[in-house]
Structures are given as C-alpha cells and as structure tokens.
Design a protein around this ligand. Structure first.
Ligand code: KIV
Length: 272
C-alpha cells in the first residue's frame, strides 16, 4: 500500500492543516507515560493525545471525570520528555474549564507551562465558545471535541452513537463551523454516523479526526491500550486491535511465576 507521507521534523498545528490540504491522513494515538510515548513517537505517529482516558486506562476509574489537572500535567510531562516528532495535545480535564473562561485560561496555561505540551483539547461546542476564545487569545492552540463527549456521560446516560437524530446532527454541524471560526486547529469527532462525520470534515478547512466516525474524515485516533489489546473488556465496533497484549502479557507473566517457583529463573548465566 502506498501512502502519501511527508517527513516532518516536528509535527505542528500548521503541519496538520497542510496534511488535510494534501489529502494525507493524520494518525493520532493516546499515550500517558514516558515508555509508551517513546514507542508511539518513534513509530511515526503524527499526534499524541494525552487524553483524559488516562482516568480509565491508567487509574481504573469508570469515567473520565475524576482525573485532575495536576494528574494530567504529570502524564503530559512524561509524554513530552519522550517525544521528538509528534504534536502533543493534552486534554483539559473535567472541572478545569467549564465554570468560566478565566479558569479555563488558567488551566490551559498550567498545562502549557508545567507539561510542555503543544496544544489543549476540550469537549463541547457553543457552551464552551468563550473559554475557547480566551485560550486562543493567549496563543494556545485548541482542538475541539464533538459527538460523544465522555465528560458529559451523566447527561447522555450511555456511551451509544450520538447525533443520529436530525436536530443533534444539525447542532453538531453548527458547532463544528463555530469551532473553526473561533480559531481551533482541529476537531475530534467521537462516535457519530460516518455520513455525518464526512459531511463535517468536508465543511471545514481544519482537520477532523475521528474515533468511531468512519473513514471520510481527515485522520483517526484510538486509545493506545485498546489498539494494542492491553484492555480486553471494551469492544466497540470501531475498535481495531492490532495486537493482543493482554493475552501475551498474561502468558509471559504466568511463565515468569512458574520459573521463579520452579527455581528455573535465574539460571547460572543470569547471575553474578
Ligand atoms: O481522552 C481520550 O482518549 C480522547 C479520545 C477518545 C479522543 O479524548
């Protein structure tokens, strides 16, 4: 398979817009720690998202709501230390930007100053417009996130596909245009019908990255732990697992337990 791919020393928000203009699809994955981020970055990913999904896969919470700004900064600074090429986008966690634009700006500044990330992502459309503008005015790039927005899970009540009805689809289209007009450099669309996502991607000049939003968008994002099969209980239709690390690690650790108990490890060669 031949894929158009220009080499970037460091991917920037401008590179992403160029990729969209050149019809080069954008690859994005999450990472939350140094060792994983080093592998992801070295493999040539365009964007690393330090997602608030860390709340689920790193901390074991049921939702993304509990993770704090301090914890996001800790994860993001570990990722920044590992990365040489990717653009690093950091999620503003729940509670750090919803109450007012000044607090949103303070949170975004903390992320940029204390983690060294390159941009922030925040969930929502018209309801967070003023906060987005405030952050952008400070020179901080912002990525929007529409469709299924997990920080609002208790409002939705379920993680099912969003914007299947005309009214919600219309609102989403308007919000995407608003995000572009406000100056966002990109938008994540999560779990919406592919046809709607394609329409949105064609209606804006900024890159639209999908997760469960079909192939007609400008790029794809997955949660790393799902994509490499470290998690195994979460099986949405949109997820492609490229490995089954859950099985491989369980086998390897089981073997280690056996070897220790059987005094097979360490061998003569593995000691001083
Ligand atoms: O937090 C996250 O991992 C995300 C992706 C699902 C887009 O926001």
């Amino acid at each position: 398979m031949s894929v158009a791919k220009k080499d970037y020393k460091r991917v920037t928000v401008k590179s992403l817009i160029d990729m969209k203009q050149n019809n080069e699809k954008i690859s994005m994955l999450t990472a939350y720690d140094y060792t994983m981020a080093k592998i992801v970055d070295g493999a040539g990913i365009d964007v690393i998202l330090v997602g608030d999904s860390a709340s689920n896969v790193m901390a074991g919470h049921e939702t993304t709501l509990p993770i704090t700004l301090d914890q996001m900064i800790y994860h993001a600074s570990s990722v920044v230390r590992a990365s040489e090429r990717a653009l690093i986008v950091v999620d503003l966690p729940f509670g750090s930007y919803q109450s007012d634009p000044k607090e949103a700006l303070r949170s975004a500044i903390r992320i940029m100053k204390e983690s060294g990330g390159h941009a922030v992502k925040m969930e929502g459309g018209r309801e967070v417009k003023e906060s987005i503008k405030r952050i952008l005015n400070a020179g901080i790039p912002v990525m929007g996130h529409l469709g299924l927005t997990p920080q609002s899970i208790y409002k939705f009540g379920t993680y099912t596909v969003r914007a299947k009805e005309d009214q919600e689809a219309q609102q989403l289209k308007e919000d995407a245009l608003m995000l572009e007009r406000a100056g966002c450099f990109g938008i994540v669309l999560e779990k919406i019908p592919a046809k709607l996502a394609t329409e949105v991607a064609q209606s804006v000049s900024i890159p639209v990255i999908g997760i469960g939003a079909g192939a007609g968008v400008d790029g794809q994002v997955l949660v790393l732990h799902d994509m490499i099969g470290m998690t195994h209980e979460f099986n949405p239709r949109f997820l492609r697992r490229y490995m089954n690390l859950y099985e491989d690690m369980t086998k390897a650790i089981g073997q280690y337990v056996h070897d220790v108990k059987a005094v097979d490890f360490p061998s003569d060669k593995e000691q001083y």
